[in-house]
Structure formats: structure tokens, C-alpha cells
Design a protein. Structure first.
Length: 204
């Protein structure tokens, strides 16, 4: 019993700024969820994440993004972090200590089904190898950097030289995401995959 109590009280959380002033990254000293769980609305959170649903009960929460050992909370624009950062951190720590379910079983299957349903027509069959190269570039060079800022990027489609991606977590709605997209991601893909002419972001 003593060991169990020690484990529960040994949760450490610290915050990291993100390029998005509305988003703050709460980093934990233990793995929370292996994968990506982006809850952009309360309804999805209530269905798939007891932890995110509890966060959504706070009137300052706009969206919740969970990946690996961190939770990125995006606040509503009319609230200030100086007023809500400590309460948000205390609440999140309490939820983790009390072993609140982070993400329900079956969420990844749900995401896969969603991806399959929306994949039709995302690219021409003749571009299969090209799309594989584009995805590899995103996964190898772009994702690690974006994840450090508390966000994520996903390939959406490729048509007539244009790569469409979706931005998640702190990257969604971030003022600097357009600069990152054009100066960083688009430049990289154009160099590595000459068939790419432009990269655009689409709302998820």
C-alpha cells in the first residue's frame, strides 16, 4: 500500500511554452498515452477520454491534445494563462494521480476507421509511391519538431502538386503556423520531393 501511495504522489508536471500563445504544454514524468489523441470538442472528449472530459468542465478550455507524456491545453482567447495555469496544472496532476482513464480503449480503431472513411480520393493511384515519400518526409523530419511544440501534423491529401495537411494541438490556430508551414514544411518537401509545388493546411 505504501508503494502505491508513493507512486501516486510521485507525479511531476512542468509547463512548456508553445509557439501558439493560446496553448500551453503540460509535460508529465510518465507516459500518458502512446499515440495521438486530439480532442477538439467536448463531445469527442466525453466519448473517448475521461481525463479530457474533466478538463473540458473548466470554462477556460478550448481544446485538449494528448500525446506520449504531455497534454496540450488550448485556452479560450478571453482568458489569461497567468490566471489559469496553476489551477489547470493542479487539476491535471490530480487527475493523473487518481488514475483517471486517459483515453478509452478502441480510440485508435475509431481514428483508423475515420481515416479510411475520408481517404477515398485523397490522391491518384499513380501517385502512391510519391505519397509514400511525402509521408516519410513528414514523419521523419516534420513530426518530431512539431511534437516538441506540443502539436502534430498529419498528411491529408496530394493533388496536382499540392500537399494538404492538418494541424493538431498547439499548431491548430497558432499565429506562427503559417510561417512554419510555408518557410519550413513547404520548403523541405519541395527540396526532397520536387513534384510538390505547395503545402496548405486544412481545418480538421
Amino acid at each position: 500500500m505504501a508503494t502505491e501511495n508513493l507512486t501516486k504522489t510521485n507525479i511531476l508536471l512542468y509547463t512548456e511554452q508553445t509557439p501558439n500563445p493560446e496553448s500551453l504544454k503540460f509535460v508529465c514524468n510518465q507516459m500518458l498515452f502512446t499515440g495521438i489523441a486530439d480532442f477538439k470538442d467536448r463531445e469527442l472528449a466525453e466519448k473517448w477520454s475521461p481525463l479530457a472530459a474533466k478538463l473540458y468542465e473548466q470554462d477556460y478550455v478550448q481544446s485538449v491534445y494528448i500525446s506520449n507524456n504531455f497534454v496540450t491545453i488550448t485556452k479560450k482567447a478571453d482568458r489569461e494563462w497567468q490566471d489559469i495555469m496553476i489551477p489547470a496544472k493542479d487539476l491535471l496532476k490530480s487527475l493523473i494521480e487518481n488514475e483517471t482513464v486517459i483515453v478509452n480503449d478502441g480510440f485508435e480503431s475509431f481514428l483508423f476507421d475515420q481515416e479510411v472513411a475520408s481517404a477515398d480520393g485523397n490522391f491518384d493511384e499513380k501517385d502512391v509511391e510519391l505519397v509514400k515519400r511525402i509521408k516519410d518526409m513528414i514523419n521523419m523530419y516534420v513530426k518530431p519538431a512539431v511534437e516538441m511544440d506540443g502539436g502534430n501534423i498529419e498528411f491529408k491529401s496530394f493533388r496536382e502538386g499540392i500537399v494538404t495537411v492538418t494541424m493538431h494541438g498547439s499548431c491548430s490556430g497558432c499565429p506562427s503556423s503559417t510561417v512554419t508551414l510555408k518557410a519550413g514544411i513547404e520548403g523541405l518537401l519541395k527540396r526532397m520531393v520536387p513534384e510538390v509545388t505547395e503545402v496548405v493546411a486544412e481545418a480538421d
